[in-house]
Design a protein around this ligand. Structure first.
Ligand SMILES: C[S@@+](CC[C@H](N)C(=O)[O-])C[C@H]1O[C@@H](n2cnc3c(N)ncnc32)[C@H](O)[C@@H]1O
Length: 318
């Protein structure tokens, strides 16, 4: 079957609104996620928190907390005072997160299971100093989500986002594409993720939502994967293949795995290595502080540390 066949299949699924839910795969990956994803990408997530202001007493919202790697870090920085409300859709991921953080009397800590957009809609207006979204804005309509983030943030409050770029792990993506191009009937729904091409795209999302970007950056991490077997392991255990179970005809799981392995092996033979590189963007934006009128009291807002993006940089397309 050709790529045209795949395109037609994808179009038909798109028309029928068949979107894959990543939750079953995250539930399965939850016991191994930290050993695979967090141990390699976690330091980059923490570097995002190093670039925002979190003070004891702050009110923080974390969307899609996963296994709670960032949750733990936020709790440490709040130092027993303030409020932290987190949400995730996967019961498995949430259970790991719950086990990581100890409740402290001065800290109001709540874990919710559910969709982050619904959760955010229930948060009061002007109620948060910081909203954190680690590796999950892709599961939303980013501008719509960020508009609601802006509503929830207090004046001068910040949102911090880290996300995989659309260029990441191209070897894996191409191998998946080859497998479904060979037999589009394997595809039962579409994995719809909004991955930014560059940090400029993240900046564009911020601005469209009425937020002022104060840090826009990018990075890359080579994955410690040499063999096809390790790559297959990574896909399942790190959550990188999230959406797979709901988007492929799972009754043909063994066949799909075998074909994916073959496609990766072919790539490795041709290129001498799998070259799995996880490229990502990170950004911090601020709910604009109303300009002080001469003689009015200062808002007290402080400039976060980091590199201010070039305000004149053109917005790249997603
Ligand atoms: C790649 S993990 C990131 C987890 C964590 N933030 C971290 O930094 O490791 C993506 C998480 O997003 C969650 N997720 C995906 N779609 C979601 C949604 N619509 N609402 C809430 N959580 C969602 C998944 O269950 C998963 O735990």
């Amino acid at each position: 079957m050709s790529r045209t066949g795949l395109a037609l299949r994808a179009l038909s699924l798109w028309i029928h609104g068949a979107s894959a839910d990543p939750t079953p795969d995250y539930d399965i990956a939850s016991p191994t996620y930290d050993d695979y994803f967090t141990s390699v990408m976690g330091p980059h997530s923490v570097s995002l928190l190093d670039r925002v202001r979190i003070s004891p007493g702050d009110a923080v919202v974390e969307l899609a907390c996963g296994t709670g790697h960032l949750t733990e870090e936020i709790v440490r920085r709040l130092d027993g005072r303030g409020r932290l409300a987190v949400v995730d859709k996967s019961p498995g991921m949430l259970a790991v997160a719950r086990g990581k953080v100890a409740h402290r009397p001065g800290l109001e800590l709540s874990f919710a299971e559910g969709d982050m957009e619904d959760f955010l809609r229930r948060q009061p207006t002007d109620s948060a100093d910081l909203v954190v979204i680690g590796w999950a804005i892709c599961y939303s309509q980013p501008v719509r989500l960020l508009r609601d983030v802006r509503r929830v943030l207090r004046e001068g409050g910040q949102v911090a986002v880290i996300e995989t770029r659309s260029t990441a792990l191209s070897t894996l993506r191409e191998a998946f594409e080859q497998v479904v191009a060979d037999d589009p009937s394997m595809l039962t729904s579409l994995i719809r993720v909004s991955l930014p091409k560059s940090e400029q795209v993240l900046g564009k999302w911020f601005r469209k939502a009425g937020l002022d970007p104060v840090i826009l950056d990018q990075g890359a991490q080579e994955l410690p994967i040499a063999s096809v077997a390790e790559a297959m392991d990574w896909v399942e255990r790190s959550g990188a293949g999230a959406g797979f179970r709901d988007s492929f005809d799972i009754s043909r799981e063994e066949e799909i795995r075998a074909r994916l392995g073959e496609a990766l092996e072919e790539y490795r033979r041709e290129h001498g290595a799998l070259g799995l590189r996880h490229t990502f963007v990170l950004g911090v934006a601020r709910h604009r502080v109303a300009r002080a009128t001469p003689g009015a009291a200062s808002s007290g807002a402080t400039e976060p540390r980091g590199t201010a993006p070039d305000a004149a940089a053109p917005d790249a397309a997603a």
